[in-house]
Design a protein around this ligand. Sequence first.
Ligand code: DQA
Length: 150
Amino acid sequence: MIKILILNGPNLNMLGLREPEIYGDKTLDDIKKLCLNHVSELEMKLDFRQSNYEGKLVEWIHSAYDEFNGIIINAAAYTHTSIAIHDALKLLDIPIIEVHISDPKTREVFRHTSYIEPLAHKVIAGQGAHGYLLALDALKDTLNIINKSE
Ligand code: DQA
C-alpha cells in the first residue's frame, strides 16, 4: 500500500474563516475528508497534518524519509520564506507535489518566490480545495511512472 504524507503549514487551520474570498469556505477538516475519500478510490494510505511551526514541519519531513512513498505540501507562507523546509525536502528521495489553494504567482510580489518549487515534481495552484485531489492524482501518476521505470 502506497503511503502519502500531506503537510499543511501556518494559518491553514483557519480555513473556512480565513479570507474566504481567496481560500473558499471549506475548512481544513473538510479538505482532509475529501482527501481521505479520494485515496480510498486510489488505494493509498494517507496521513494529513497541519502545523503553524516551521520546526514541526521540518521534523515531519524528516520522518517521511523512510515512512512514506510521496509527499504533498502546502507550506503556506513558509513556501515563500523557508530555506529550512527547502533543505529538509531536499533530503528526501520521494516525489514531492506542491499545492496551493490560491495562485500565489497572481497575488502580491512577496508570494511569487517558492523555495519548494525547484524540488517539486509538480505544482498545483489556484484550483481551490480541489487542488489537493489533483495533487493526489499527480502523485499517484508520478509513483506509477517511477515504478514502471524501475
Ligand atoms: C497558500 C498561499 C500562500 O501564499 C499563503 O501564505 C497561504 C496559503 C495557498 O494555499 O493558497 O497561507 O499556500
